[in-house]
Design a protein around this ligand. Structure first.
Ligand code: ZN
Length: 405
């Protein structure tokens, strides 16, 4: 079923701006015993609200199907790159928000508890909220308790009653997963102490627009955030953005700092500057996206002719990085197991499984050592330089293919 109204302002004045064809859930990898089952697939397209600038997936999918029925495989501590990111994150936000020792921190979308564990190490109390029972089990091994629920006002009031209000709420790469972003924001506002800080980080829509990378678009991401849309959502529940930072994660993310509107705080200049830039780059103009779609379709045609040439010469192609964004790319390009021999990934949670719909087997990077002549298609383009060094050590004869810009 398609959404008929904006999740933020309820307007039905929506324009379809992006169409990536029929796609499965991107963050669901298929274990061997389930290979005979069919994948759930839905049209993957995005709508722009002409009234408020909200960008959202057109198709409604069930969050139960997205996270609970399947083995949701992304873990925060997936790679040394992500571990470093979260270790650094904990130090930076504790410092920036001048948290008193033993503060109560709630992490929404706490995943395997890696970030919450960093807060414990810094002398604070941390509680996770995550709908995945599997991830809650992993977090328990790090001494992190998890409320196994989708974050919403009823869950916030339950936490409030049991633990008190939170001095800091962090939500990384999760706000965009919410089917009801206003309810999510309200829950955060309800749980946050008077002078507390709510920080969320997620892929920045403008980064994808500027680089022609569309691979942060997938069913699990319901809303696509700009500073403008973040501000509108937060204001509707009595919160206000006090600062925004651009961070180099997931190929360009924003880290948004918000507080209760009526508190004593300053708003940094870059909040206004970024909102003006978003308007002037055409992010809220449907015309921008017809050019964008033409560009990515054109790039696909050129890139596929190169791929078919390699396959016609009988050479193997191994993709690198079994991440959700890689699945959007593979499915939009129709690159399945008949073309891509393997996908490599460092995560033991993914090795031995298969990519959704394209059904490419996932294995470790050491697969590259088995070939004399082999092509590597780096799907995790944002860490491409680091991956090339690792892969060259395994096999110095690898030919690298870069994703089109
Ligand atoms: Zn709207």
């Amino acid at each position: 079923m398609f959404r008929t109204s904006c999740l933020v302002c309820q307007s039905s004045n929506l324009t379809k701006i992006i169409d990536l064809g029929i796609q499965p859930f991107a963050d669901t990898f298929i274990p061997e015993p389930r290979l005979s089952e069919s994948d759930q697939v839905y049209p993957l397209s995005c709508d722009l609200c002409n009234d408020c600038g909200q960008i959202q997936t057109s198709c409604i999918t069930n969050p139960q199907d997205r996270y609970i029925l399947q083995d949701y495989s992304y873990t925060s501590s997936n790679s040394s790159f992500s571990r470093n990111h979260w270790e650094d994150y904990a130090k930076v936000v504790v410092d920036k928000t001048s948290l008193e020792p033993d503060s109560f921190i709630v992490e929404i979308g706490s995943n395997d508890g890696y970030l919450s564990e960093q807060f414990l190490k810094l002398g604070h109390r941390a509680l996770g909220v995550d709908p995945s029972p599997y991830m809650a089990e992993l977090a328990k091994k790090r001494n992190i308790d998890t409320v196994v629920e989708v974050f919403e006002p009823a869950v916030a009031s339950k936490i409030h009653a049991q633990y008190g209000e939170a001095q800091l709420i962090v939500a990384n790469n999760v706000f965009n997963h919410a089917d009801a972003p206003l309810e999510f924001a309200k829950a955060a506002a309800d749980l946050l102490s008077t002078d507390g800080t709510f920080i969320f980080e997620l892929p920045y829509w403008i980064s994808g627009l500027e680089t022609h990378k569309f691979d942060q678009i997938y069913h699990e991401h319901v809303s696509y955030f700009t500073v403008t849309s973040s501000s509108r959502i937060l204001e509707s529940v009595g919160l206000q953005i006090v600062d925004v930072q651009l961070v180099d994660y997931h190929g360009g993310s924003i880290r948004v700092f918000a507080k209760h509107k009526d508190g004593a705080h300053k708003v940094t200049e870059n909040v206004r500057v970024m909102m003006e830039e978003e308007k002037s780059c055409g992010a809220f103009d449907p015309q921008t996206y017809s050019q964008y779609m033409n560009h990515i379709l054109d790039q696909r045609n050129k890139f596929l002719s190169k791929i078919y040439e390699i396959k016609a010469a009988g050479k193997p192609i191994i993709a690198v990085g079994a991440a959700a964004k890689g699945n959007t790319f593979l499915n939009f390009y129709n690159l399945d197991s008949t073309i891509i021999d393997y996908v490599t990934d460092a995560s033991p949670h993914k090795q031995g499984k298969y990519t959704p719909l394209t059904r490419i087997p996932i294995c470790g990077d050491d697969k590259f050592a088995e070939y004399d002549e082999v092509y590597a298609l780096i799907l995790s383009w944002n860490i491409s330089d680091k991956l090339k060094i690792i892969l060259n050590n395994i096999n110095p004869k690898i030919n690298f293919l870069s994703l089109p810009d």
